[in-house]
Ligand binder design. Structure first.
Ligand code: URA
Length: 414
């Protein structure tokens, strides 16, 4: 194969064959194709897009660049959820133990914060001792015994994606639906799943700012999953304000614990329930949505979901009883009377990064104690001087975070 011919063909908008994609990704993964040629192909894909068949082939080749987890059939289907990420999105912490209570196995391989959105691994590391670096054997053992783990993806799974993502990041080719699809699906399918539910967020705090773009990504993810014989369903959900009230690592663990006993905020439970119901239906654990909701409610009210979360945390070395310190609090007050017209949710995520609750560069150390509590929701009426947000911040970072938050929440007089 001549890589230059493949790049030129894609640049001219012609369909690549399975063999061309296989040669290219295989060559890139094994360093036979240099980064500059892969970058040129990524740009051609970014500009020209890909057909469904090409996207599925790209996904399959990236998946095949590494190991795929193997599961013996023990009657419990293997399932997972992927969210494209949002501010305050802590559904993974609630969903994994809840599904494990429903006789499903959940090898949830998660990531760290990406831009303004928090990362599930960072949240869980707010629990002292929690290990997010389980190896493949330990993932297998724990998922088979407990029913779920939440850990980082090992280097052995979809290594071509890791390499390609780093290149896309520095060549402005991240926002491409086929490249995002292959990236997300190769990592998720490496878990050896039977069924997958996707939460594609849209809005001011999401990767996809418009609902139409989110729907296009959702369609691409679902058709790729189905082509690869994994039952896949996607929901497009709203990220025009944080999910739940709490944003920040230790704060989000605390809110997840509330949700696991039925005391969480309604919007957080709604999204969690929507995704869980979908997996119960896909795996035929429930005949219909109403029955699925009853099953889920039963695990919450009986305390089983919380007990399962505690079991998973303990198995991964975490101590749920150890203190999770929170930074000192301060309130951000409304400067005028009116309605909450819009929230720049991404900017709230950036405020948390200023509080060291997220990273500017990969090597930054995260402060689990910081974050914010939303005291208002879109459309609510507020008085002048009314607290909008409770900030958990160290004094030296407070001023800049307060400014970002005040700018992010638009209060309209009418
Ligand atoms: N998340 C991923 O895992 N990959 C992308 O390309 C974008 C978001």
């Amino acid at each position: 194969m001549n890589p230059v011919v493949t790049i030129a063909k894609k640049r001219d908008g012609r369909e690549l064959s399975r063999a061309e994609i296989a040669d290219f990704i295989g060559g890139f993964a094994t360093e036979k194709i240099p980064d500059y040629q892969m970058a040129a192909l990524a740009m051609a894909i970014y500009l020209r897009g890909m057909t469904t068949a090409e996207t599925a082939a790209l996904t399959d080749e990236m998946l095949g660049s590494g190991r795929v987890l193997q599961w013996q059939d023990d009657g419990r289907p293997v399932v997972d959820k992927h969210s494209t990420g949002g501010v305050g999105d802590k559904t993974s912490l609630i969903l994994a133990p809840l599904l494990a209570c429903c006789e499903l196995r959940v090898p949830m391989l998660s990531g760290r914060g990406l831009g303004a959105t928090g990362g599930t691994l960072d949240k869980l590391e707010a629990i002292p001792g929690y290990r997010t670096n389980l190896d493949t054997d330990e993932i297998g053992t724990l998922v088979n015994s407990i029913g779920c783990v939440i850990t980082g993806a090992s280097q052995e799974l979809a290594p071509a994606d890791r390499k390609l993502y780093a290149l896309r990041d520095v060549t402005a080719t991240v926002p491409s639906i086929p490249l995002i699809t292959a990236s997300i699906m190769s990592k998720k399918l490496a878990e050896g799943l039977n069924s997958l539910v996707l939460d594609v967020k849209w809005g001011s705090g999401a990767f996809m700012k418009s609902a139409a773009d989110a729907r296009a990504l959702a369609n691409s993810l679902v058709s790729t999953g189905e082509r690869m014989n994994v039952k896949t369903v996607a929901h497009v959900t709203d990220m025009n304000q944080p999910l739940g009230r709490m944003c920040g690592n230790a704060l989000e663990v605390n809110e997840s614990l509330d949700c696991l006993v039925g005391k969480g905020p309604a919007d957080l439970w709604e999204v969690t329930e929507l995704l869980a119901v979908e997996l119960l239906l896909l795996t035929q654990r429930a005949p219909d949505a109403a029955a699925a909701k009853e099953i889920l409610k039963g695990h919450i009210t009986s305390g089983r979901a919380l007990a399962k979360f505690a079991e998973m945390v303990a198995a991964q070395g975490g101590d749920l009883d150890a203190p999770r310190p929170l930074a000192p609090t301060a309130e951000v007050l409304s400067e005028r009377v009116g309605k909450i017209r819009s929230i720049d949710t991404e900017q709230l995520g950036l405020a948390i990064i200023e509080l060291k609750g997220g990273r500017k560069v990969l090597s930054d150390k995260v402060d689990f104690s910081t974050g914010l509590e939303m005291l208002v929701r879109l459309g609510e009426r507020v008085e002048r001087g009314q607290p909008l947000v409770k900030l958990f911040a160290h004094p030296q970072q407070r001023e800049v975070a307060e400014r970002l938050i005040r700018e992010a929440i638009a209060v309209a007089e009418e």
